[in-house]
Design a binder for this molecule. Structure first.
Ligand code: ZN
Length: 123
């Protein structure tokens, strides 16, 4: 992401969230590596910035509203706790007979997916 863009984003975010200097610094370093098509994992952002999961989603949803991210879903088997390595744009994109290749558990779009974000604008 361009530095001018990330600076503006961070400036707006710090107005709404109490981010420390350290978190602002980390966030700007992270944003530098965001490219169109990059996948952003909420859990990763949360642990890097040491913020709550609610704050993490607030930040991500803000970036979504600004047109930088879109919400995608990754299939994650809740029975054997493994990622299938498959990302879909919408829960309806998951075939009805989709099964976990590791434990054969039938994938339920509601319980066996996690929301992730995809960068759609990096300028
Ligand atoms: Zn499984």
């Amino acid at each position: 992401m361009l530095e001018t863009t990330s600076l503006k984003l961070i400036e707006n975010l710090t107005k709404k969230h109490k981010l420390t200097e350290y978190q602002i610094d980390l966030l700007s370093k992270l944003l530098k590596f965001w490219r169109k098509g990059s996948i952003v994992y909420p859990g990763m952002l949360k642990s890097k910035l040491h913020i709550s999961i609610k704050e993490t989603y607030d930040i991500l949803e803000y970036m979504l509203k600004e047109g930088f991210l879109e919400r995608n879903f990754e299939i994650y088997c809740s029975k054997c706790n493994k990622f299938k390595g498959k990302i879909v744009r919408s829960l309806t994109d998951i075939p009805e007979d989709c099964c976990c290749e590791f434990c054969n558990h039938e994938i339920d779009p509601v319980t066996d997916t996690i929301a992730i974000y995809r960068v759609i604008k990096d300028e």
